[in-house]
Write a protein that binds this ligand. Structure first.
Ligand code: X2X
Length: 334
């Protein structure tokens, strides 16, 4: 009898402890992202939520809020909202977080990364460690990578083969001032606006063009708003970063932190594959939808590189010459 009741007491204590652990956790963690499924962002974010739910036995419940809706569509405020705890977690582009974390402009240095292997060289090892330290310093816990992809330029006016073809074109650009500098150096007329405002601006022809990865261009059906000229120039690429508010991060047990990190690695791989495999498929689809795709020759591309060297040099100073050197070294060794 005594053994039985002490067993029952032990079971009751164990049950209490388990429910106390779970009770520390929120019923739902809000995950912010700019683009939902079927964009590679949404694919990665939803996969993350799915794996975390399954591996935690339903204890950790992530809910993805797309279209930057948790920051009223203003994607350049996402990092600040994450730091403040207005959102718990995010899968965000390095471009959208660069106003707060200047080092993330690294990926936007024009023509720094020649290929996917170059990108991979920056999202691991010493460069990754430096970037993650910079993010941590600014108040968020980075735990993994996914990918938006190499960005191409579209417009409604004419084919772009030389920097001269960009002259006078009004181009919608994203949140970092570095993009204003790139397009100004190329003779275009850049105007910064959120993704939420971009499509209406393209529809009304308030702007002539924009730049985004092929998967985004295709899934958003940008050809339907007159964007029928596309140049593949791979001038920059943006990875996506999984990050968590520091207080939320600390509220998880070490085992659950590992679970979240491992799940982000797995989901990130799925997202990266969706972006990389999606590019050529998107290009085919766009051609059949009537888009003229121009792929630059090495010689043509060199003219764009030359025209943006000054911007590269200026922004290397802002990003940190040491970090840029480290990145160039990692790319050379890839
Ligand atoms: O706004 C964009 O162009 C997008 C969707 O690519 C980003 O959020 C960086």
């Amino acid at each position: 009898m005594r053994i039985l009741s002490s067993l029952a007491a032990a079971a009751a204590i164990a049950a209490l402890a388990a429910s106390a652990g779970a009770a520390d956790y929120k019923p739902e963690y809000k995950v912010s992202t700019v683009l939902g499924t079927p964009f590679p962002w949404g694919v990665a974010a939803e996969k993350w939520a799915e794996i975390v739910k399954e591996k935690s036995g339903g204890k950790i419940n992530l809910k993805v809020y797309a279209n930057a809706q948790l920051v009223q569509g203003d994607q350049t405020k996402e990092f600040t909202a994450l730091r403040q705890g207005i959102i718990d977690m995010a899968l965000g582009s390095t471009i959208n977080w660069s106003p707060q974390v200047v080092e993330l402009n690294l990926f936007s240095l024009p023509f720094l990364m020649p290929d996917h292997k170059a990108m991979d060289a920056l999202t691991r090892g010493t460069v990754e460690a430096k970037l993650f330290d910079a993010i941590r310093d600014k108040g968020a816990e980075p735990i993994g990578w996914a990918e938006n992809g190499f960005r191409q330029v579209t417009n409604s006016k004419h084919e772009i083969k030389t920097p001269d073809d960009l002259k006078g074109l009004k181009i919608r650009v994203v949140g970092s001032p570095l993009y204003n500098d790139i397009f100004t150096a190329l003779g275009a007329n850049p105007t910064q606006m959120s993704w939420a405002d971009a499509k209406p601006a393209l529809t009304t022809k308030a702007v002539d063009g924009q730049e985004n990865p092929l998967t985004v261009i295709q899934i958003a059906k940008i050809e339907t708003v007159g964007q029928t000229f596309l140049t593949r120039w791979d001038y920059v690429a943006d990875p996506l970063i999984f990050a968590i508010n520091p207080r939320v991060w600390k509220s998880f047990s070490a085992a659950d932190q590992k679970l979240l990190k491992d799940a982000a690695a797995e989901a990130g791989m799925v997202g990266i594959k969706a972006s990389r495999d999606g590019d050529d498929a998107a290009a085919k689809h766009l051609v059949s939808a009537g888009v003229k795709i121009t792929t630059l020759t090495a010689e043509q591309r060199a003219k764009f590189v030359a025209a943006t060297r000054g911007v590269y040099a200026d922004w290397s100073k802002k990003i940190g010459p040491e970090l840029v050197k480290m990145a160039e070294g990692a790319i050379a060794k890839r």
